[in-house]
Write a protein that binds this ligand. Structure first.
Ligand SMILES: [Zn+2]
Length: 186
């Protein structure tokens, strides 16, 4: 089922998400809905809080650079345990359709999490994937990528999105950008 994506600057996005403790049917259907919603919106990542559930769960669309295939990954209770290097690149978010800003991120990260059944897993991301992981995991602590840009830019963007929301904007399900994040510019 498609869920409605909360558009920034809704205060819901500032909530700190709670750890997942129940791996029952409700979590499974939430994760499945998140995947469906993320793919319908042409996104590369979605956090549960973006569809109104402040739970530490994210979905990601991970591209295999070698063969061009994509794989959906569900991460529950994820945390970054190691980070290396620095990258600068433009970043977007399904909660801010069509808005992109340059954000500084670690070049490489290692994340520990559990899958939808509670089994431990580890994922390492370099470049683009590292950016996506850092972006999604920040949502779990109530941080949106606009928190990294200047106050002036943030206020301008907030005004723009408030106006768009007042006009009834929900989320855009088809966008020219195929991905939620753009490639880092090295
Ligand atoms: Zn986001």
């Amino acid at each position: 089922m498609l869920r409605e994506i909360i558009i920034w600057p809704d205060t819901c996005l500032k909530r700190v998400s709670e750890p997942v403790t129940d791996f029952g049917d409700a979590l499974q259907s939430l994760l499945n809905d998140m995947v469906e919603t993320m793919l319908a919106a042409c996104g590369a990542g979605l956090a549960a809080v973006q569809v109104g559930f402040p739970l530490r769960a994210v979905t990601l669309l991970v591209r295999n650079e070698k063969d061009g295939t994509s794989e959906v990954v569900k991460l529950v209770n994820p945390r970054i345990v190691e980070r290396k290097g620095v990258q600068h690149g433009r970043e977007g978010c399904l909660s801010l359709p069509g808005y992109f800003e340059e954000v500084k991120r670690a070049q490489w990260v290692k994340v520990e999490a559990v899958d939808e059944k509670g089994a431990r897993l580890e994922i390492e991301g370099d470049g683009y994937l590292a950016r996506a992981l850092q972006h999604e995991l920040e949502h779990l602590d109530g941080i949106v990528f606009t928190d990294h840009v200047s106050l002036l830019k943030r206020n301008l963007a907030a005004a723009k999105f408030k106006k768009a929301k007042a006009r009834g904007m929900k989320y855009v399900s088809t966008r020219p950008e195929p991905q939620d994040f753009t490639r880092p510019q090295n």
